[in-house]
Design a protein around this ligand. Structure first.
Ligand SMILES: [Zn+2]
Length: 399
């Protein structure tokens, strides 16, 4: 399909330049010794790994009882992929002390040039730790006693670093050749190739024995959308579609009521599309895919790990600056996303979350999966294991 686009940034080099911090600002952060102010200088600029990693270590050392900083493994170029767990442990005499922790996983920076996702993940974890908004303090406390939050703010540090040093609009990791991984269940356009994705999947599989993953959020940019599974096809209906849609609309409302920015809601298979004016004589708008779907992590957490609430969130903006979102957006984007995160938290703490499901069977929770067929040939689906078979996918791929 031919893609058409309308260039919206006329001064590209200036726009690239404007996303980098001033030397002065980065330097002044380095000399700070405390993070006590809610809106500290860290969020006035996008931050390179050389600032982000020490910042994470500093936060972890400031909150030793509620955080744990680890690495889920190393990248192709040997960098650690950091994961910060935040949660308030139950007291030693609590009968549920040793139960698997319900866990919300939030990842960002899978696509290197989407800097706003990295800064937003940092803002979220920092805000949970600091209860920055006093009004929300009780909610945050309750959330952290019931749930662990695991943040991976920069899933693709090799690519991220490359966007700082060499090519601001680089998207992928820095692997030279694709590894012959084929274990990705979805036979999508993007089989699991990146070593970083493999690290995430291995970590999640491993952790799922001792944790109960409840929600998964994959932060991206841009287009201001909340996308739910599936990503790989529009012809398979997620089991708990009503819950996914209802929650996604709730998150969108939280975004909008914070700063007035509209976030759309749709299936990830339809996401990443922008209505853009055609550059030809055609009148009207065309739906243009602004990035490849990249939703395999979403599908993996939702389907393979049975994480009931899995979303890909595409942050600001809607295309004016796109990946080159000016740094003035870091703070407001962080604030509106934190508002959405608290919305998710309230949902989880309410009867839609763990308490409400305590007495329900799997079938009652999930409903019965429906498969919608619309002009596509169905390949025999006998059971869910069918999709583990590399050779067969449920459906012939959409072309
Ligand atoms: Zn992306």
């Amino acid at each position: 399909m031919q893609q058409s686009h309308t260039p919206v940034i006329t001064q590209l080099s200036q726009a690239v330049y404007d996303t980098f911090p001033t030397a002065q600002a980065t330097d002044s952060w380095r000399h700070r010794t405390s993070l006590d102010r809610p809106h500290d200088l860290f969020f006035e600029n996008y931050q390179p790994l050389s600032v982000l990693y020490p910042w994470l270590r500093q936060l972890a050392s400031m909150f030793p009882d509620t955080t744990e900083l680890s690495s889920i493994g190393t990248t192709y170029e040997g960098r650690d992929i950091p994961a910060l767990r935040i949660g308030i442990p139950l007291p030693d005499d609590d009968p549920h002390k040793d139960d698997p922790r319900h866990t919300v996983v939030i990842v960002a920076g899978g696509h290197a040039r989407e800097w706003i996702s990295v800064s937003t993940a940092a803002f979220l974890l920092r805000s949970l730790l600091h209860n920055y908004d006093h009004k929300q303090k009780d909610t945050v406390y309750k959330l952290l006693t019931h749930y662990d939050f695991v943040f991976m703010p920069v899933l693709n540090p090799d690519g991220y670093e490359y966007t700082w040093t060499t090519d601001r609009l680089w998207r992928k990791n820095r692997q030279e050749t694709a590894l012959p991984f084929c274990r990705e269940a979805y036979a999508g356009e993007h089989p699991l190739q990146a070593v970083e994705a493999q690290r995430l999947y291995d970590w999640a599989k491993n952790e799922s024995s001792s944790r109960k993953f409840t929600a998964f959020i994959d932060l991206h940019s841009y287009s201001q959308e909340i996308l739910y599974p599936y990503s790989y096809t529009c012809y398979r209906r997620p089991k708990n579609l009503e819950d996914l849609e209802e929650l996604a609309v709730g998150l969108a409302k939280a975004f909008r009521t914070t700063n007035g920015h509209h976030y759309g809601v749709e299936s990830a298979c339809e996401g990443s599309m922008l209505n853009t004016a055609t550059s030809t004589k055609d009148t009207g708008m065309v739906r243009t895919r602004i990035e490849e779907s990249g939703g395999s992590a979403l599908d993996f957490f939702y389907h393979d790990l049975q994480v009931k609430y899995a979303f890909q969130v595409k942050l600001r903006d809607t295309g004016s600056y796109g990946f080159l979102l000016p740094k003035e957006n870091i703070l407001p984007t962080g604030v509106e996303t934190f508002s959405a995160l608290l919305g998710l938290g309230k949902w989880l703490l309410g009867n839609r979350g763990i308490e409400g499901y305590a007495n329900l069977s799997d079938d009652e929770i999930w409903g019965k999966e429906e498969v919608t067929i619309n002009g596509f040939d169905v390949i025999q689906e006998t059971n869910d294991d069918a999709d583990e078979d590399e050779g067969g996918s449920w459906f012939r791929r959409k072309r």
